[in-house]
Ligand binder design. Sequence first.
Ligand code: ANZ
Length: 916
Amino acid sequence: MDNGTFNAPNPVGDLAPADGQELPKDKLFVQDMFPYPSGAGLHVGHPLGYIATDVYARFHRMMGRNVLHTLGYDAFGLPAEQYAIQTGTHPRTTTMANIENMRRQLDALGLGHDRRRSIATTDPEYYRWTQWIFLQIYNAWFDEEQQKARRIDELIPLLESGALQTKDGRDYNELDDVEKQQALDEFRLVYRSNSMVNWCPGLGTVLANEEVTAEGRSERGNFPVFRKNLSQWMMRITAYSDRLIDDLELLDWPEKVKSMQRNWIGRSRGAEVDFDASGHTIRVFTTRPDTLFGASYMVLAPEHELVDVLVADAFPEGTDERWTYGAATPAEAVEAYRQAIAAKSDVERQENKDKTGVFLGAYATNPVNGAQIPVFIADYVLTGYGTGAIMAVPAHDDRDYEFATVFGLPILEVVAGGDVTEAAWTGDGTLVNSANQEGLDINGLNKADAIERTIAWLVAEGKGTEKIQYKLRDWLFARQRYWGEPFPIVYDAQGQAHALPESMLPIELPEVEDYKPVSFDPDDADSEPQPPLAKAKEWVEVELDLGDGPQIYTRDTNVMPQWAGSSWYQLRYIDPNNDDALVDIENERYWTGPQFDGDCGGVDLYVGGVEHAVLHLLYSRFWHKVLYDLGHVTSVEPYRRLYNQGYIQAYAYTDARGVYVPAEEVVEKDGRFFYNDEEVTQEYGKMGKSLKNAVAPDDICENYGADTLRVYEMSMGPLDTSRPWATKDVVGAQRFLQRLWRLVVSEETGDALTADLPLSDDDNKQLHRTIEGVRDDYDNLRVNTVVAKLIEYVNYLTKTYPDAVPTAAVEPLVIMVAPVAPHIAEELWKRLGHTDTVAFEPFPEFDEKWLVDDEIELPVQINGKVRARVMVPADADQDAVVARVLEEPRIAEAVAGKNLIKQIVVPGRMVNLVVK
Ligand code: ANZ
């Protein structure tokens, strides 16, 4: 790598080929999901994917392609910051040290990366462009008609001419300057909005759902967590919902990942239906308007704006006790209920089987039949999805069924097919009990027709509309932390946000004395987050001239989420040093541009774990599409082909308390396992820090060599399946490499054992078959079967040539070994008398002529019993086959003196002779 062996040239810019050198037309861009440089370094599970991509890249270099392969570091994020909080060490220091260590570990594995293209997301020269992309997105709006992002300045004339309305319907021309700004802000793809977050005053930070325990406390520190509405930066990813779903068709990705993305975006077709409640309209979203006649109650999200409007002064006479939450009035019940659920996450709210809720004391009118149905609030209805209100159809929805059962509400069957006294029937069936006097009769229809008919009726009556609904939410883009990209945003004295001009980038992270966010009394739910950057007073207040003379501004003190840096790194790999653009579009076109009509372009092969199936890949796709719309890239998608490697798993051990103990210190005695003389329980799981079962690649490289580790990891099984690590099996890979070595090199003299011998027909057959199989396997990431074929070939040569092997049989072998075991291949190549690296040696070609069998072996049965196997010419006709078979002494003997009554020849398979 230090010689620049794996440096790939670009069409233009600083990495363009030297004068006179040509740029290969045929290119390949291979990428790994880049690592977070953690303090623990790598374990042998990490490089599985990196080795596989390296093998693939090496193979294609030998096929004559210009291959771009490098590795960067996703280096912002919590661990370095937490370490900084504990020790005062600057996160940059820790991060750089961790990167150094990982590089050392990776270098030992012999990965052929173009080091010039490596980046860390924490480099100011890198995050300058992350901030630049943020500005592009901020300064863009989504044109619904054209279904694409456009620059915000293109919006102004449209608002001025009235071709587009402002969001609140006011005339743009009559607004003052500040109002105009605000009207534009409403269109931007980055905007501020109130959103529900998990606020933890004790830690001083907002937490992700995964960081909150089931008891509503912080995983770290066990502090109370409050659900709180906070003004936050959001990215309008929802504008791209349709394109993000539809363009999945263009991608060569595992079907499983595509379907996870589809589900996450969650497009569903349905209707919005209006229910009247004493003059107020409750609008619901439903995917099942066909079940309207079965609606027996309604539920609003507890946060719904109509709750306080609809709530009655008193519970009606005779209200069921189960409906009142033990309170005297609906208002009290609502208050108590809201407090009880404040700390629950959306996921908990939806998955909780024990349904709870409160009756508002109010009723609404079912628009199809005039029925008066009670209105509840319940936490299983979420604010922020649909309209935050539902019509409940207990007979045909599981959650409504559970609720109706607890609260004693009517369960009205409207779709035949199940037994609704037992459970909700959510399958298909014929509509029943569904007709009114006003011209709607859907009885006897199937679901699809009933939905269509109902929507048409609702529209005609002005009681509803068809609606496409998405589960996808806009992307909450701000974090109250230190170790992330600062926002290129400042606020003026009026609190109005201003995006900084590109010329001021990067906005570098300032030094702070301590990295903790400002924390508060753990129980103070009313406190507001103050990120650590707020402590850098001199940085926060700046004098800037943004066009109307120098003024004092306040910087935004949030940082971007860790997803930001990984949402576009493939583009920077292409043009890592470009100071004028995030990537020169000529370089981008060459490496990731569409290859044929209808191709979406993108990285040719992207390998990583399936845990990134949704968020990372969705965010990347979103950013890429914005950049495409704005003309910065030619590819429509970032990653044309995705491959998920399996995991390396290993045994793990827990003690009596269920706590993991270090696996490497566990000893086995008579099938039982002990740690410090205490018996422990064996388990099995993904290798890693949390299960304390990590094995470092360093030791394996040291004891067995890097090629052994590579061959072992690649031969453990198909790349996309998980595999168990067993250090004791590593030696098998080592033995193969030793056999290979001894085949080529004399142990006594160290010289090559090869001789200028001609190849026999058998040699040629073995060789060409191996080449054919290996080429296909390499190309399809089946390195495990490559290794199997190479082992077979080495065994054949060892057996056939105990003394000196023909050079013509060995040279192609060494080349074929090179992608998977490059160190030994390089060394053997030298011993064979070559001075150049084997890395660019053309990959051996096979000759078809050696692939066809000229003789095949057929089992021969006599009266149904196999008596012999006979070699016959592959192209022999039936008579010739029988003639040949009868020449075989054992067959001849068996049929001697008998009558041959029947002869059956199944071409290529077998011969059956019936004799009497
Ligand atoms: C009546 C109905 C009858 C429903 C039936 C389903 C089955 P997806 O596919 O997830 O979009 N719903 C709507 N808004 C909701 C909210 N804010 N919180 C919780 N649930 C909500 O599902 C849409 C369905 O989920 C809607 O259709 C609604 O229940 C519920 F037999 O309406 B349905």
